[in-house]
Design a binder for this molecule. Structure first.
Ligand code: GCU
Length: 504
């Protein structure tokens, strides 16, 4: 059934010879929405949240022969959940990403954070944490290509700060330089590919490695090209990000939840900057403390997974959430939490805006703006809001001296549906809307990024229109079969023109 909602049970049998002095974990890339996990009849854990990784230790439960791993996954939407009942995308469900057995030494490198210190292009600052019974150890951080080898010692809790100077080639879209970084402890060795860059704001400027930059972006859902369903593989990521590159992008907004790790690592490799978001979407239960804990946990898991990815420059707390005190206090708590976990990246959200009186002046003064580094705003002038030419009359004003990213705009048309530029649902109407949008966007002095909604058509339970939508949101610049619509070339020209005129 297209939009199945309920429980699915998974079963996997496996043999496993555990070696001396090792431990074993079952790792899940994601399970939508609530997962209950059992091994050999024992419940080993539960996880809530459909888009972030989790794992459980099974060292003392696993046996040599015929282990039985059972996973119950329930994708039923709930009012107090994150996201809540209403979303303009289909969550799919079940085990949507890889499941792995991970073997470690008895004491292993559990986590590390190695990035440039905020505002410094030569100071590496971070930490490492061991897990096990031999927590007080010496370890070395190596960056062989840069002939760097620095020694540190963990404290009795297995934790150590990492700080040293380094003269490295900085990661950027034009040169997405990644270094092999090795953490060698007495009992374990881990290696990662890490890029080093700084990202900050100065007034209405966004600075990458100290230089102003414009984010030529596009939004995308984690929807698989050609076959539908969840994108989950390196190949899916290469296809989707390849299209974004073809559009002229140096930035993508991964909407409205953390996408799979292949997407972020591929962006690292391709030099595409990333906006990563948790699914605090529309009308969340703001007063519910369990909902806040859930959102905070998803935020922790998102940051934990991708904190070493140079490509990720923005953590987004929410999308299109109606103004209100409870909402503001909820989102402020999330921002504080994000800043406590990672002080090196920009914090944002797709926020509210409104017309001033009955004018065509859009005012951006969402009170949440006080607490973010960069502003995100969604607008649909020419689709939900008037005809395409209305954009010619719309002026934008903002209360804050901060950069604005227009995080959504666009119009809807199934590929191949043609007509005149004022007939809705046609490629010509979508093209017309984009032509007026681009002219309007060029007039916004504090605009530092654009993310049209959306790269590719995607499945949505809210889009039933027969023969047009068929449970798909058709605002893609590309159809779900990879066909480029006329509007694709309007955005491509805008980005290529920008790339040519503004080497930023
Ligand atoms: C909203 C929302 C998207 C939605 C889009 C649309 O702004 O953020 O999730 O799909 O508009 O209506 O197409």
């Amino acid at each position: 059934m297209l939009l199945y909602e309920g429980t699915i049970w998974y079963k996997k049998s496996f043999d496993y010879q555990r070696k001396e002095n090792t431990r074993l974990f079952v790792y899940f890339g994601a399970a939508n929405y609530i997962a209950d996990v059992y091994l050999n009849g024992e419940k080993i854990g539960r996880h809530e949240g459909g888009f972030t990784p989790f794992n459980f230790e099974v060292t003392n439960l696993v046996r040599d022969k015929s282990n039985s791993l059972i996973v119950k996954v329930d994708n039923k939407r709930r009012r107090d959940a994150v996201p809540t009942l209403i979303t303009d995308w289909w969550n799919y469900g079940g085990l949507t990403r890889q499941v792995k057995l991970i073997e470690t030494p008895a004491t292993f490198v559990q986590d590390y954070f190695i990035q440039l210190q905020k505002g410094s292009r030569e100071r590496i600052s971070g930490w490492a944490r061991l897990n096990g019974n031999k927590l007080h150890q010496k370890f070395t951080v190596r960056i062989p290509e840069a002939r760097i080898s620095k020694d540190f010692t963990t404290d009795e809790n297995g934790y150590a700060e990492i700080n040293f100077n380094a003269d490295l080639t900085l990661w950027s879209p034009n040169n997405p330089k990644l270094y092999d970084v090795v953490i060698e402890a007495e009992t374990d060795r881990v290696q990662d590919q890490i890029g080093f860059r700084t990202i900050e704001t100065r007034g209405t400027e966004i600075l990458l490695n100290g230089r102003p930059i414009f984010l030529r972006g596009v939004c995308l859902h984690e929807e698989a090209p050609f076959r539908g369903g969840r994108a989950y593989s390196r190949e899916d990521a290469q296809t989707l990000l390849g299209w974004a590159k073809e559009l002229g992008c140096n930035f993508v907004r991964l909407a409205h939840y953390p996408h799979n790790e292949f997407m972020v690592k591929e962006a690292d490799r391709l030099g595409i900057m990333v906006w990563s978001e948790i699914p605090v979407y529309w009308t969340i239960l703001w007063e519910n403390s369990a909902t806040l804990d859930n959102a905070r946990n998803q935020l922790s898991e998102m940051i934990a997974r991708d904190k070493n990815r140079a490509a990720v420059i923005v953590w987004s707390m929410a999308n299109e959430t109606p103004l209100g005190d409870a909402r503001l206090s909820f989102l402020k708590k999330l921002i504080e939490h994000a800043r406590s976990l990672d002080g090196t990246r920009l914090i944002s959200a797709a926020m509210e805006r409104h017309y001033l009186g009955d004018t065509t002046t859009q005012m951006i003064d969402d009170p949440l703006g006080e607490y973010v580094d960069v502003f995100g705003c969604n607008e649909y002038v020419g689709w939900y809001d008037g005809l395409p030419e209305k954009a010619d009359r719309v002026e934008w004003r903002m209360k804050y001296q901060k950069p604005l990213i227009m995080t959504e705009f666009g119009a809807e048309a199934p590929y191949g549906n043609h007509g005149d530029p004022l007939t809705r649902w046609t490629e010509e109407y979508q093209e017309n809307a984009y032509q007026h949008q681009v002219k309007m966007l060029k007039r916004i002095s504090f605009l530092r990024g654009t993310c049209p909604w959306i790269l590719m058509d995607f499945r949505s339970p809210r889009r039933p229109l027969p023969g047009i939508q068929d449970f798909h949101n058709r605002k893609g610049l590309i159809s779900d079969r990879g066909e480029k619509k006329k509007a694709f070339y309007v955005m491509q020209n805008y980005y290529h023109e920008m790339e040519a005129t503004l080497p930023r």
